[in-house]
Design a protein around this ligand. Sequence first.
Ligand code: IPE
Ligand code: IPE
Ligand code: MG
Length: 246
Amino acid sequence: MGFKEQIDKSRLPEHIAIIMDGNGRWAKNQGKFRSFGHESGVLSVKDIVEGCADIGVKYLTIYAFSTENWNRPIEEVNALMELLIATINNETDTLNKNNVRLNAIGDIASLPQKCIDDLKSAMEETSKNTSCTLTLALSYSARWEIVEAAKKLARQALDQKINIDEITEKVFSSQLTTVDMPDPELMIRTSGEHRISNYLLWQMAYTEFYFTETLWPDFRKEDLFEAIVDYQKRERRFGKISEQLN
Ligand code: IPE
Ligand code: IPE
Ligand code: MG
């Protein structure tokens, strides 16, 4: 039996977050340029989006470019931005065909203007789709996001639009970029690295982590389904003891 058949559809994670990692190493292993790894990684994104839409995962959030990635060699940054623009433009039709809505989080204003424009139109063109929301984290880092949220609340307090004692976890969450999404139940990181790299720190307080040695360009639907099967074997206690869960 394949992993897909082993998935309990009644207990699907509603939101899966992914750190796609290992593109550079994958290319280097074959004596190719890193950019070839990024290009190949797009095929994995396509396959995983299709997999999520197929089984009914409502939110998929993919770490595509971190705040810290701006510190990579300029040629690689440029290649990534060009790939992003090409991918957005090439894939909008497929997103519509699969009923997937495109969304983006991060410091979008810091991206090249063409990227911002194309991203905006792709988001508009897919805005009515309802099967799955694909969020790209672009120029994103969780610390940046948390500081931005703190600044927004501080401004509201200064303007006397909010009382400081009214600031709860829920109010704080509402200032984050993920405002309309549930927290991810499952986070997958490829390439054997066991760290979060400044991703969704607030939202992943109780997320189940799944790490695989597979490099991102080799990651396919079946690997996603395997991760979900693994996730479904876990007991999520949220601080309670086993006996308290029904
Ligand atoms: C992930 O692959 C893609 C991005 C961070 C944009 P990497 O480029 O980090 O590949 P490795 O980790 O160097 O192999
Ligand atoms: C994390 O991958 C960021 C993205 C996948 C976009 P990195 O490859 O940049 O992370 P580190 O530097 O190894 O932690
Ligand atoms: Mg990496």
